[in-house]
Design a protein around this ligand. Structure first.
Ligand code: HEC
Ligand code: HEC
Length: 491
């Protein structure tokens, strides 16, 4: 599937963050496009050990598909800083993110086993199927805006309790989605009252009210931190912002990814084209659907709502400000101190001077000229309101208990082994196999594996006549990932 030009892609020179900043001052869009290109090269490159790929698993061994907490001698797998979750098992990002095209999801054979608790017990390893990387800038922005909305309500309820000098309960919502209740109780009188908050009745989000949209389990707040972790765990490429000038994985190489490299990779993933649908492509004359096929897909969309799948897989959410910034301007999403301990601003990661792009028009990929001569920005999100965008993502960005059949073997992150944020259905027609472990070989199996909070919804689906189930699945199969850029066509 990967062409020779990809397999032997040259390893790019490190990107200089300060050079990016100089370009930013001269030409914002040119700088963004340059960073996007650099991110493309980094995610495609097959890194060599001389450039730091791999990590000392044990004497003479630098790669492993199985977590090796049993190897704990000086410098071995279990001794790396920061602690590994798994790997390293790959030389490039796209060796896993490969199906059905570069930056896509991954086949079952490329599943990753992780052991975050260093149990050393295969029965406690967590299994993860590779996620696709398309349209992720809008995902971080939705999480940022929802977090801001929740935090503002937290401040408000505390203020009200102090003003009234009695307990106040507020029903929390973000983008119209309910997150349960917060109750504040006055903890003092006058100026010194800050309000004691009770988080017991929260729903679908951690007590810090931060929406964590990345990873199957919702373990990461930003694309940057996910990419930094992926480079370390999957490839043994330790970024400078992770370890400074230390050799935390004992492979004899330091400075494996620069600050600018991570900025480029982050912007690249944030600005990759959004997933699309066969209906949308047919409307533009880019694919053909018979009237029958179209009617079935449309009926399938109605079935998704009938089975209340859309109570979690909320079709679309409105972004108020459709600009992705790196670093983020939102507190909690921008790091003041990097994991290495370095001051982010001093290294050029300044929330007041971010690299940024417009999610409704700047994406370089899937800019299509139709037969009519009209240019369509199929990679961009549809503008809405003054400065916003509609993000069709089929998720409520909340966590749900999906029942024992979808539980990890252990609760490695303290949020419940069977608790998962609603997985997006955007692109789901192109990303099989499905579910966090990739064990569902068909969409039907993925749906029938739902339990817990989705039990009732699953039961409605299961009770539908076969034809209606097929319509619902035809709708899901219509949610596809397509790349129209000539260079990528052979993937
Ligand atoms: C060994 C296979 C493998 C390699 C190599 C790999 N990934 Fe991944 N990637 C995965 C898996 C598996 C997941 C899902 C992980 C999870 O949810 O815990 C994932 C998830 C992601 C996500 C989260 C997407 C989302 O919607 O939440 C991002 C971002 C990502 N990878 C970026 C990268 C980057 C950048 C690189 C290269 C530096 C990379 N990955 C290399 C397997 C891989
Ligand atoms: C209570 C919330 C909830 C409801 C209701 C729900 N889902 Fe899901 N769905 C999820 C979560 C969470 C996941 C990820 C589970 C996992 O991977 O373990 C998921 C995963 C999926 C997947 C696999 C996605 C992938 O990329 O692998 C499909 C397909 C899907 N759901 C379809 C449906 C359909 C169809 C319905 C209605 C019959 C439905 N869901 C109802 C929460 C829900």
């Amino acid at each position: 599937m990967l062409s020779a030009s990809v397999a032997f892609a040259e390893i790019p020179q490190p990107v200089d963050q300060m050079e990016l900043m100089r370009r930013l001052d001269e030409d914002r869009l040119g700088c963004f496009n340059h960073a996007f290109e650099a991110g493309d090269e980094i995610t495609e490159a097959t890194y060599t050990m001389a450039r730091g790929v791999g990590a000392r698993v044990a004497e003479g061994q630098y790669f492993t598909r199985l977590p090796r907490a049993d190897l704990a001698d000086t410098g071995d797998w279990a001794q790396h800083e920061p602690q590994r979750e798994g790997g390293p098992q790959a030389h490039s990002c796209i060796s896993c993110h490969s199906s059905p095209l570069a930056n896509g999801a991954g086949p079952l054979a490329m599943n990753v086993a992780i052991d975050p608790l260093h149990s050393g017990e295969p029965g406690q390893f967590l299994e993860r199927n590779t996620l696709h990387l398309f349209g992720l800038g809008a995902v971080q922005r939705i999480a940022e805006e929802m977090t801001q909305e929740l935090k503002a309500q937290e401040a408000l309820v505390a203020e009200q309790a102090c003003a009234k000098q009695e307990p106040v309960t507020l029903a929390l919502t973000a983008k119209g989605i309910s997150f349960g209740d917060l109750t504040a109780t006055p903890d003092a009188q006058g100026e010194s009252c800050t309000g004691q908050i009770d988080y017991e009745q929260l729903y679908g989000v951690a007590d810090d009210l931060i929406i964590r949209a990345f990873g199957w389990k919702g373990t990461h707040i930003t694309l940057r931190s996910f990419a930094r972790g992926a480079a370390h765990n999957e490839m043994g490429m330790q970024a400078v912002e992770l370890v400074g000038d230390a050799d935390g994985d004992h492979d004899g190489v330091t400075g494996e990814l620069s600050i600018g490299d991570l900025t480029a990779v982050t912007l690249y993933m944030a600005a990759l084209e959004r997933p699309t649908s066969k209906l949308e492509l047919a409307d533009l004359g880019l694919t053909e659907l018979t009237d029958d096929e179209r009617a079935r897909i449309e009926r399938g969309e109605a079935r998704l709502a009938e089975a209340a799948c859309t109570s979690c897989h909320v079709p679309s959410l409105e972004l108020e400000k459709a600009v992705f910034s790196e670093p983020s301007a939102v507190p909690g999403f921008a790091e003041e101190e990097l994991p290495s301990g370095a001051d982010a601003r001093a290294l050029g990661l300044d929330p007041d001077r971010p690299l940024w792009f417009d999610l409704t028009k700047d994406q370089p990929n899937n800019r299509i000229t139709l037969a009519s001569g009209e240019e369509v920005l199929l990679g961009a999100f549809a503008p809405s309101g003054e400065q916003g965008a509609t993000v069709t993502w089929y998720s409520d960005f909340r966590r749900h208990d999906m029942g024992p059949a979808l539980a990890d073997p252990v609760d490695a992150y303290g949020m419940g082994a069977s608790v998962w944020p609603t997985r997006s259905l955007a692109g789901v027609g192109s990303t099989g196999p499905w579910l966090h472990h990739g064990h569902a070989t068909t969409l039907r199996e993925a749906i029938l594996a739902h339990g817990g909070e989705a039990e009732a919804s699953k039961a409605v689906f299961a009770a539908m006549p076969e034809e209606q189930q097929a319509e619902l699945i035809a709708f899901l199969e219509n949610l596809v990932i397509e790349n129209f850029d000539p260079e990528e066509e052979d993937h």
